[in-house]
Design a protein around this ligand. Structure first.
Ligand code: AMP
Length: 189
């Protein structure tokens, strides 16, 4: 089989239905089982819903991953995981068991009918920027040509974001496919 080039993909995960932390744990495990290696995992954050505000707060995190999958194949994988966890696309921007966004695909810029990468709204969302700042502050946005640290400081992001402490964050002792513990600030590459 021909193996594609390995790409660092950053993924944004969110959940505001059911067991929010448990849903994110499941998603991380399912990604690991489908050829997406988790290199870094942010803490969990409890975040204010944007857009449709009359819905429960989200739990969010960001993952740095690597995979030989193409971006379009990765989108198929993430959508299959969303479906397998019971997500139904009922109310646009409404409550969801799981949402996975492809934030970055290395420094690639992708614009197709089904995929825009970097994610076109990531710089407007504190629920993405704050966890990204935790794990990769010096990552450069290839369209805006600014680091995550600078984008965050410039304040384009909206929404309140609360860092969840260990007892409310990633479950302790959970066997997640990653080689560091939750809540630890890891210097960027
Ligand atoms: P959502 O409701 O946020 O899950 O939106 C999913 C839709 O956004 C799908 O139809 C995707 O094809 C499209 N989409 C475009 N760009 C991206 C991206 N970078 N990550 C995830 N979905 C994307």
């Amino acid at each position: 089989m021909c193996r594609g080039q390995v790409v660092f993909y950053y993924l944004g995960l969110g959940s505001n239905r059911g067991d929010r932390a448990g849903n994110l744990v499941n998603a991380v495990c399912l990604l690991g089982e489908r050829g997406v290696s988790i290199l870094k995992r942010s803490s969990l954050y409890k975040t204010e819903p944007l857009g449709v505000t009359d819905q429960p707060h989200f739990y969010n995190c960001v993952l740095k991953t690597e995979s030989a999958l193409s971006a379009s194949k990765l989108l198929e994988v993430t959508q299959e995981i969303e479906r397998s966890m019971g997500r139904r696309r009922s109310i646009e921007k409404g409550p969801r068991i799981l949402d996975i966004d492809i934030l970055f695909a290395g420094d690639r810029i992708i614009r197709t009918n089904s995929l825009t990468v970097p994610h076109p709204r990531l710089h407007l969302r504190n629920f993405v920027l704050r966890p990204l700042l935790e794990i990769s502050p010096s990552l450069v946005h290839p369209v805006l040509k600014k680091t995550i640290g600078r984008i965050y400081r410039e304040g384009s992001g909206k929404g309140e974001v609360l860092l969840l402490t260990a007892d409310a964050g990633w479950p302790e002792g959970e066997d997640l496919p990653i080689n560091h513990s939750y809540g630890v600030l890891i210097p960027d590459e």
